[in-house]
Design a protein around this ligand. Structure first.
Ligand code: DGY
Length: 423
C-alpha cells in the first residue's frame, strides 16, 4: 500500500464517481470519453451501490432510457455533442431510431448482473425499480439471441467496439479481411487525450470508422446488415457475460413470480454455444473468426470469464494457475508470452480492473476461493499503489489510458477495497 490508508482510498473512489457524475449518468472519464458508455454505467452503478443506492438505480435507469425499439441498448448515449470526441453522433447517424442520439452497436451486457447486486443491497425499497427494469433487460437479451447468436449458440460481435475490447488480438484476422476503401480523412481525438502508444493503431481506426460508415449507410437495420457481415467474430466476452447476465435475469424474474421459461431456454442455448469457443487443440476458450471458421488461438482475459458464466473447466483452471504465476499483477488482457503482447497498448496486454473483478467473482462463485482472493488483493494493491487509471501494465503496474476512471473507482468500492462488502 502507498501510505494512503484504505479509508482515504475509499473516499477518493467515491470522489471520482461524484466528479464523473453528470446528473443521473456517469462519464467513464472526463475528456477521453465524454458521454455515457454502456458497460461503464453498469460498473458505475455497482460502485454507487456501496454508498448511494438511489444514485446506483439512476445509473441503470438512465442507461435503459436509451434503449432502441428493437431492444438494443447502445454502447454510447450521446447526451450532448462534444467536439473532443470522435466519432460523435453525426458520424453514427442514428437520429430518429432510438430515444436519445446514440451509437448503433451494443456492448457487453453486464447490466443485469449489476442490477442484481444493487437490488440485493436494496431489496425493500428497490423492488419497484427493479420490476420497471426487468422488461427492458429481457428485451435486450432477446436482441442478442436474435441478432448476435451463431447457430451453435455463441454470441458474436459485428464491430470491435461491441465487445469493449477494441484492439484485442482476437480481431486481427477478421480486421485484416476488411479493405477500408473510401474511409476518407478524419481526425482522431483519443490521441489528443492520451499517448498514442496506449491506443489502437491507425490501421485499426480506419476499419472501426469504415464499419461505422457501413452501418450508418444501412440505417442500422439489423436484417439488412445480417445479409453480409464483413466483420463477425464469436467472442468469449459477449458469450460469457450474457450467459451470466441471463442467469441473473432468470433469478430476478423468478423472485418476482414471473415466468422464466424463455430466458432459461436462452441460457441452455448459450451453454451449448460455449463449447464452440473451445480451441480444438489448445483446449482453452478463445474467439472464432466467423468468416473463416478459424479459432484465433489467443488466451485473453475474456477466456477466464468462464467461471463468471457458471462453467468450471479443468483446462481453464490450469491456465489461470499459469497466468497467476506469470506475474504478480492481476490477469493481463493477453497472455504475456504471446508474440502480440504489448503491455501498454489497451487490450493487447494491459490489465483491467473490471475484467479481473468479473473473473474474481466467477472464481469465488465456483468455489475457487484462493484464486479469487489472490485476484482481489492483487487488484486492490495495484490500485492502491498506482491510482484509479483506466488500465495498467500487467508486469509493472504502470498506469495507462485515462486517469480518475469511473470503473476502476467502482471496482475498488464494490470488490477490491478491504472495506468492500460481500457481493
Ligand atoms: C473509444 O472511443 O475508444 C471507445 O472504446 C469506443 O467505444
Amino acid at each position: 500500500m502507498s501510505g494512503l490508508d484504505n479509508i482515504s482510498l475509499d473516499e477518493r473512489a467515491r470522489a471520482i464517481l461524484r466528479a464523473n457524475d453528470r446528473g443521473g449518468f456517469t462519464l467513464p472519464t472526463e475528456g477521453l470519453y465524454p458521454y455515457q458508455w454502456n458497460w461503464d454505467s453498469a460498473f458505475a452503478g455497482w460502485g454507487f451501490a456501496s454508498f448511494d443506492l438511489d444514485r446506483a438505480w439512476q445509473e441503470l435507469e438512465s442507461l435503459f432510457s436509451g434503449q432502441w425499439p428493437n431492444g438494443m441498448v447502445p454502447h454510447i448515449l450521446f447526451r450532448s455533442d462534444d467536439p473532443g470526441y470522435f466519432p460523435g453522433p453525426t458520424v453514427w447517424g442514428t437520429q430518429g431510431i432510438g430515444p436519445i442520439p446514440s451509437s448503433g452497436i451494443s456492448q457487453p451486457p453486464v447490466a443485469a448482473t449489476a442490477i442484481r447486486a444493487i437490488w440485493q443491497a436494496d431489496k425493500a425499497a428497490g423492488d419497484a425499480r427493479l420490476r420497471a427494469l426487468l422488461p427492458g433487460i429481457k428485451a435486450w437479451h432477446r436482441w442478442f439471441m436474435d441478432w448476435r447468436r451463431t447457430p451453435e449458440g455463441a454470441i458474436f460481435v459485428t464491430h470491435p467496439w461491441e465487445a469493449g475490447r477494441d484492439n484485442t488480438a482476437d480481431w486481427d484476422s477478421a480486421m485484416a479481411m476488411i479493405e477500408p476503401a473510401g474511409v476518407g480523412d478524419y481526425t482522431r481525438r483519443d490521441t489528443a487525450h492520451v499517448n498514442a502508444e496506449m491506443r489502437p493503431t491507425k490501421a485499426d481506426y480506419d476499419r472501426y470508422i469504415w464499419l461505422v460508415n457501413r452501418g450508418r449507410n444501412m440505417g442500422w437495420d439489423e436484417a439488412e446488415m445480417a445479409k453480409d457481415r464483413p466483420f463477425a467474430v464469436a467472442d468469449p466476452t459477449m458469450t460469457f457475460i450474457l450467459l451470466r447476465a441471463n442467469r441473473d435475469l432468470s433469478h430476478m424474474l423468478a423472485a418476482h413470480g414471473m415466468d422464466t421459461a424463455e430466458v432459461d431456454g436462452w441460457t441452455m442455448r448459450l451453454e451449448a454455444g460455449c463449447a464452440a469457443l473451445r480451441h480444438p487443440e489448445l483446449g482453452f476458450f478463445d474467439a472464432v473468426n466467423l468468416r473463416t471458421g478459424a479459432h484465433t488461438g489467443h488466451l485473453t482475459s475474456a477466456s477466464f470469464l468462464c467461471w463468471y458464466a457458471g462453467l468450471d473447466d479443468a483446462r481453464m483452471r490450469a491456465a489461470v494457475t499459469e497466468g497467476l504465476a506469470s506475474s504478480s499483477y492481476p490477469l493481463p488482457s493477453l497472455a504475456v508470452d504471446s508474440p502480440h503482447f504489448d503491455g501498454m497498448r489497451y487490450w493487447r496486454g494491459p490489465t483491467w480492473a473490471m475484467v479481473n473483478m468479473m473473473i474474481g467473482l466467477g472464481l469465488a462463485d465456483m468455489g475457487l476461493a484462493a484464486e479469487a482472493e489472490l485476484l482481489r488483493t492483487r487488484t486492490g494493491e495495484m490500485i492502491a499503489q498506482h491510482g484509479f487509471a483506466e488500465y495498467f501494465h500487467p508486469q509493472t503496474g504502470e498506469p495507462a489510458g485515462g486517469g480518475t476512471f469511473t470503473w476502476t473507482a467502482a471496482v475498488w468500492l464494490a470488490w477490491a477495497s478491504p472495506n468492500a462488502g460481500d457481493m
